[in-house]
Design a protein around this ligand. Structure first.
Ligand code: ATP
Ligand code: MG
Length: 404
C-alpha cells in the first residue's frame, strides 16, 4: 500500500492542490515557515484524525476558510496481498459547528475507529523528544495511539475506561456517598485491567527492540524501556504479564490456551486493581478524585549505566533523549509491520537537525535497512536530505505552494 495522491483544501497555509506522490516517496525542501510540517500534518491527519503536533482541529483550518479537507488515494503495491483495504480516505473539519467528517471509500464512518490507521504511517518529528522529556501523560498518549492503531479492541476498552472514570470522578467531586462512587468500580476495573494488560504485553514484547535500536543509533550505548503500571501486580520477569500464566502459543494452534491465559491475566490484574481501589478508598473520598488506575501509568526510559541506571528524563542529554524518542518511533513502525503485515509510510519532519553526524547516518541506515515503505521527509536545505540520496525525488515548497 502506498500513498499515491493527496488532495489538500484549506489546510493551514497550504495552497489548494492535488499532488501525485512517487512510489518511493519525496523530499520536501523549503525555508522555515513555508508549510513543510503542515504538509506532514495533513498526511498524518488521515492516519489518526488528529494533529501530530497536538493542535486542535479548528487551528488547522486555513485562517480565511471555514472547512479544511484532506483526501488520500491509496494504491496497492501487490494487488493480491492487500485484501479489502480501502483506496480512498478523506477527512474534513468545519470550524463553525466543530464538525468532523471522515469517509472511507466514499462512505461516511459512524465510529472513529473505522477511520483510523488506513495509511499505516509513522511520523518522526522534533517534538517527539517530549515523549522522553515530558510527563507521563505524553508516554501514555504514545501507548494509546500505537495500541489503538494496532491492537484489536484496545480503543474501545480505553474509551469505556475513560467514560467510567469520568463518571466516577464526577461522583467523587460532588461528594456523593461511598456507595455511589464504588458503583462504578467493577466497570472501571474490567476495562482498566484490559488496558493495563495490553500495555504490559506491548511494552514487554518491544523492550528488547527498543534497546537494540537505541544501541545501534548511539553506537553501542544501552537504554531500557519498562512499564510502570500505577496498579502494581505480580509480574513474570520473562514476559512482563502476570506471573504463572505463560503459554506457548506455537504449541497451541487452536489458541484455546491463549484465550484462557488472557482471561487469567485479566483476572490477576483486575484483582490487583480491586485491592488498590480498596486501599485508596478513604483517600479518594477526601481528595475527590480517582487515584489509582491506568490513567496514572508511566513508561520508564533509562540509560543503562555501569553502576546504576539513570532516567533519561532527568539525566539524558539532548541527543540521548532524541535517540530514545527515535527508538520509540522505530518500534512503532515495527509494530505496524508485525501486526498489519505492511510496510509503514515513514514521515520524517526535519528530524536530523539536532543530531550529530554519526547518529544521523546510522538512523538513515536503519530506516533504509528496515522494511519501510514510502518515505516523505522535510528539510530546510538540500544538504540535509541524506536518505535514499539517489532515489528520492525533491519537491520545493514556498508560502504553502508545492512545486512537484
Ligand atoms: P520550519 O522549517 O520552521 O519548521 P515549516 O515549513 O515546517 O517551518 P509550518 O510549521 O508548516 O512551517 O508552518 C508554516 C506557516 O503556516 C506558519 O508561518 C504559520 O503561520 C502558518 N499557519 C499555521 N496555521 C495556519 C492556518 N490555520 N492558516 C494559515 N496559515 C497557518
Ligand atoms: Mg517544521
Amino acid at each position: 500500500m502506498r500513498l499515491s495522491r493527496l488532495e489538500l483544501r484549506h489546510f493551514r497555509n497550504l495552497s489548494n492542490q492535488t499532488l501525485e506522490l512517487p512510489p518511493e516517496g519525496v523530499a520536501l525542501i523549503g525555508d522555515n515557515a513555508q508549510g513543510k510540517s503542515n504538509f506532514l500534518e495533513a498526511i498524518y491527519y488521515l492516519e489518526t484524525l488528529r494533529s501530530f503536533r497536538g493542535a486542535r482541529d479548528h487551528q488547522m483550518v486555513a485562517f480565511d476558510a471555514d472547512v479544511f479537507r484532506v483526501a488520500a488515494t491509496l494504491t496497492a503495491h501487490e494487488p493480491r496481498s492487500e485484501g479489502a483495504r480501502p483506496s480512498e480516505v478523506a477527512a474534513a473539519f468545519q470550524k463553525r459547528g466543530r464538525k468532523k467528517k471522515v469517509t472511507v471509500d466514499g462512505t461516511e464512518t459512524t465510529r472513529m475507529s473505522e477511520g483510523l490507521g488506513h495509511l499505516a504511517a509513522v511520523v518522526f518529528s522534533p517534538v517527539d523528544v517530549e515523549l522522553v522529556s515530558g510527563g507521563p501523560a505524553e508516554r501514555r498518549r504514545f501507548l494509546d495511539i500505537v495500541l489503538s492503531l494496532n491492537e484489536h479492541g484496545y480503543l474501545s476498552q480505553l474509551q469505556t475506561y475513560r467514560r467510567v472514570l469520568h463518571h466516577r470522578n464526577a461522583a467523587l467531586k460532588a461528594g456523593q456517598p461511598a456507595a455511589a462512587v464504588s458503583a462504578w468500580n467493577e466497570r472501571l476495573i474490567s476495562s482498566g485491567a484490559q488496558v493495563i494488560l495490553d500495555r504490559a504485553r506491548w511494552i514487554d514484547t518491544h523492550a528488547a527492540a527498543f534497546g537494540a535500536y537505541y544501541a545501534r543509533v548511539s553506537n553501542g550505548a544501552g537504554a531500557r524501556m519498562t512499564y510502570r503500571p500505577n496498579v502494581s501486580f505480580d509480574r513474570d520477569p520473562d514476559d512482563g504479564v502476570p506471573a504463572g500464566t505463560r503459554v506457548d502459543a506455537e504449541a497451541d494452534p487452536q489458541n484455546q490456551t491463549q484465550t484462557e491465559a488472557d482471561a487469567a491475566d485479566h483476572a490477576t490484574i483486575a484483582e490487583a486493581f480491586r485491592a488498590a481501589l480498596a486501599d485508596a478508598r478513604e483517600n479518594e473520598l477526601r481528595r475527590g478524585v480517582t487515584l489509582v488506575g491506568p490513567h496514572r501509568d508511566d513508561v520508564r526510559l533509562q540509560l543503562v549505566g555501569k553502576d546504576a541506571d539513570l532516567d533519561l528524563r532527568d539525566y539524558g542529554s539532548g541527543g540521548q533523549r532524541r535517540t530514545a524518542a527515535l527508538a520509540l518511533r522505530l518500534i512503532e513502525a515495527e509494530t505496524i509491520r508485525e501486526r498489519q503485515g505492511r510496510r509503514p509510510l515513514i514521515l520524517l519532519d526535519d528530524v536530523f537537525a539536532e543530531l550529530d553526524e554519526g547518529r544521523s547516518e546510522r538512523i538513515l541506515e536503519l530506516i533504509d535497512a528496515e522494511e519501510t515503505g514510502q518515505v516523505v521527509l522535510t528539510a530546510p536545505k538540500d544538504a540535509d536530505v541524506k536518505i535514499r540520496r539517489d532515489v528520492l525525488p525533491r519537491w520545493r515548497i514556498r508560502a504553502g505552494v508545492i512545486e512537484a
